[in-house]
Write a protein that binds this ligand. Structure first.
Ligand code: RRO
Length: 317
């Protein structure tokens, strides 16, 4: 048997018809609009840069402290800090275009009308390959604004965005793991026009400082990310892939290595986002791409697409 060389492994992938040179994207909120990361990794070499979620107006976010470490992950309570859509279009998108990045714009709002307005603003904007609709931010004023926790509310947002965007701009819906039935939410947003799903956002968590005896985060609760949530991401991707095998999935949650990325792809992810790992290893997209090639070569797999959803083909339930 001839051994496959990692360099011969084809990492190209396609998400909802959008062709990417490799499956590794940044996760929203973990690399802003890519500028800082570009000091370490040429962001045009990534599958895509997914921006921090942009709202209609500039926003300063929650008070500090906004981050807390846990033994197996990180809690954040940023609260949607950002430049607003005009600031993003004026300062960030031109830079992303100039460096040749494939840009996925993440958008967020507090109402269906705000999401619709954002999508309308994008109608004449070029240079965005997909829009990721963040309906699952845990750090909002009330849980009623976590649209992804309710299939009907989630569908209302996605339907409004779909109706306003140019038809060729693909729409990803970013889902929350903090639900009883993620498949029900997935079905609902796909019926409303989502071209694909990003799973998962952070899980709502909390830490208390036992010396001060007060919550660590100024926002009290925060989103848990990192290795602790990877099995939850694998489970969500697996369940949705089983129920909706034709729907593209971008897997995200605690990926730190090529093997972790492979696991999510075996569960059914067509592409992968890297989040928390970027904070301690900004070179992770390059390292993980190399590791993924090596993992596939070891298994005699020459094309990434051949492993997507493979765990289902073995009939594992
Ligand atoms: O800004 C945030 O606090 C935040 C967002 Br928008 C999100 O989607 N997920 C998260 O963990 N934090």
């Amino acid at each position: 048997m001839t051994t496959l060389h990692p360099g011969d492994v084809d990492l190209r992938c396609s998400v909802a018809g959008v062709e990417l040179p490799n499956p590794l994207m940044t996760a929203s909120g973990c690399a802003a609009a890519g500028r800082e990361l570009h000091q370490f990794v040429d962001v045009s070499s990534l599958g895509a840069v997914v921006t921090k979620s942009v709202m209609e107006a500039p926003r300063s976010g929650r008070g500090t402290p906004r981050m807390a470490e846990t033994p197996s992950g990180m809690l954040n309570s940023i609260g949607l800090q950002g430049p607003g859509i005009e600031g993003f279009l004026e300062h960030d998108l031109p830079w992303l275009r100039a460096v040749g990045a494939r840009t996925v714009l993440s958008i967020a709002g507090v109402s269906v009308a705000e999401y619709a307005q954002l999508a309308r603003r994008l109608r004449r904007v070029l240079g965005i390959v997909m829009v990721e609709v963040n309906i699952s931010c845990p750090n909002v004023e009330d849980r009623g604004q976590v649209f992804a926790c309710d299939p009907g509310a989630a569908a209302a947002v996605i339907g409004a965005v779909r109706a306003e965007l140019r038809p060729e701009v693909r729409v990803l819906a970013k889902l929350s793991p903090d639900v009883t039935d993620v498949v029900a939410v997935a079905r609902s947003v796909v019926a409303a026009g989502a071209d694909g799903l990003t799973m998962i956002n952070t899980m709502l968590g909390m830490a208390i400082d036992t010396d001060t005896m007060r919550p660590v985060l100024a926002g009290t609760t925060g989103g848990l990310s990192g290795p602790a949530i990877r099995p939850v991401a694998v489970r969500c991707v697996y369940q949705v892939r089983a129920a909706l095998p034709q729907v593209p999935i971008v897997g995200v949650g605690g990926v730190r290595s090529g093997r972790d990325a492979l696991e999510l792809m075996l569960a059914g992810a067509d592409a992968i986002q890297l989040g928390t790992v970027l904070f301690h290893d900004p070179n992770a997209p390059v390292r993980i791409a190399d590791e993924l090639r090596a993992e596939l070569a070891t298994r005699g797999v020459s094309k990434l697409a051949d492993v997507v959803g493979h765990a289902h083909r073995l009939g594992v339930t």
